[in-house]
Design a binder for this molecule. Structure first.
Ligand SMILES: Cc1ncc(C[n+]2csc(CCOP(=O)(O)OP(=O)(O)O)c2C)c(N)n1
Ligand SMILES: [Mg+2]
Length: 328
């Protein structure tokens, strides 16, 4: 049985990928607390439906600029998951030889152009990629993953403006999880509905429930079709919620926490839909969850057993003109 033009296989693939993102982040958080993952950790927990909707709407040759909650998107884009896990562990087998970590991992083989610790800065870099591809006549697009907090940055506005003027193939994926660190969206922006910024710059824009997998997927599909037809950029505001604060401790009202973690939790919502529509049996979904558990733990195992990077290669691939080694 298929709904909104989605085959049963596609439903199951998306469901599986939501679990992959969830279990990847849970395993990472566990190992972070054990001191195995260096640096800071921001997870995409709670935002799985948005990440999967975007990943399943892109082709391998499309570009991504992932933000700090997009570990899941890094492997859903095509980089082997074990190499992403190893990268976050800072190991030599990581996709950037352990030098990129969470915030600077890139993989040009799948057109993942990497994150940047300066929020919003890659929004202008994305203009360059989009302009280049447009000039070359490619029908690829570049997806930019940005949080709500980034809407206060100058680059946000410069990027939306020029993308609109030049009709660039950019998909703005605004992940509005309600807070930047602990500041509610409406406290720091002129509007709490960030689509309004895009509309002001004459970019087609929609707001969608980012915890509702099918709603998010359908909106992303429409956006992608618009961009591939050469009509210029598109902006989607995915309304979602992150499980994690930026630091330990809960600052949000307990009713809100309960709502998003129990009643409006993306994986339970997807599961309820699949069962209600009779698309799959419950045992099939349970089997998927178990398979994913094993897959993710094998990535953790790989990362644990991998060697630390060679200090002699610390500067390789970091500065132009210095020793160059292959990333692969
Ligand atoms: C220019 C800049 N200012 C501040 C920071 C520190 N910082 C890291 S994450 C973050 C909050 C970002 O909020 P949002 O974009 O809503 O993303 P979320 O963490 O909620 O997913 C801030 C302020 C930064 N990385 N870059
Ligand atoms: Mg936010």
């Amino acid at each position: 049985m298929a709904t909104i033009g989605i085959s049963t296989e596609q439903h199951l693939n998306m469901y599986r990928d939501m679990w992959r993102v969830r279990k990847f982040e849970l395993a990472l958080e566990r190992e972070f607390k054990r001191g195995k993952v260096p640096g800071m950790l921001h997870t995409g927990l709670g935002q799985e439906a948005t990440l999967v909707a975007v990943a399943h709407s892109l082709r391998r040759e499309d570009g991504i600029f992932p933000d700090h909650r997009c570990h899941g998107l890094l492997f859903l884009k095509g980089t082997p998951g074990a190499k992403i896990m190893a990268e976050l562990f800072g190991k030599a087998t990581g996709v950037c030889s352990g030098k990129g970590g969470s915030l600077h991992s890139a993989d040009v083989t799948v057109n993942n152009f990497g994150d940047n610790a300066v929020e919003g800065s890659f929004m202008v870099t994305a203009l360059g990629v989009g302009l280049g591809w447009k000039m070359q006549g490619k029908d690829s697009l570049v997806a930019v993953m940005v949080g709500d907090g980034t809407a206060g940055r100058g680059e946000w506005h410069e990027s939306l403006n020029l993308a609109s003027v030049w009709k660039l193939p950019i998909l703005y994926c605004c992940v509005n999880n309600g807070y930047a660190i602990s500041t509610p969206v409406a406290f720091s922006h002129a509007t709490g509905d960030l689509v309004e910024f895009a509309t002001a710059y004459k970019i087609p824009a929609v707001q969608v429930d980012g915890n509702d997998l099918l709603a998010a997927y359908q909106a992303t599909q429409e956006a992608v079709a618009h961009i591939r037809a050469g009509k210029g950029p598109y902006f989607i505001e995915y309304k979602t919620w992150r499980w994690q604060g930026l630091f330990s401790g809960e600052f949000r009202p307990k009713e809100e926490v309960q709502y998003y973690m129990e009643e409006h939790e993306p994986i339970s919502m997807a599961k309820a839909y699949l069962l209600k529509e009779g698309i799959v049996e419950e045992q099939q979904l349970e089997a998927i969850e178990k398979e994913v558990e094993n897959e993710i733990e094998s990535w953790v195992q790989f990362a644990m057993e991998s060697p630390q990077p060679d200090p002699a290669k610390a500067t390789a691939n970091v500065y132009v003109g210095w020793e160059v080694e292959s990333w692969q």
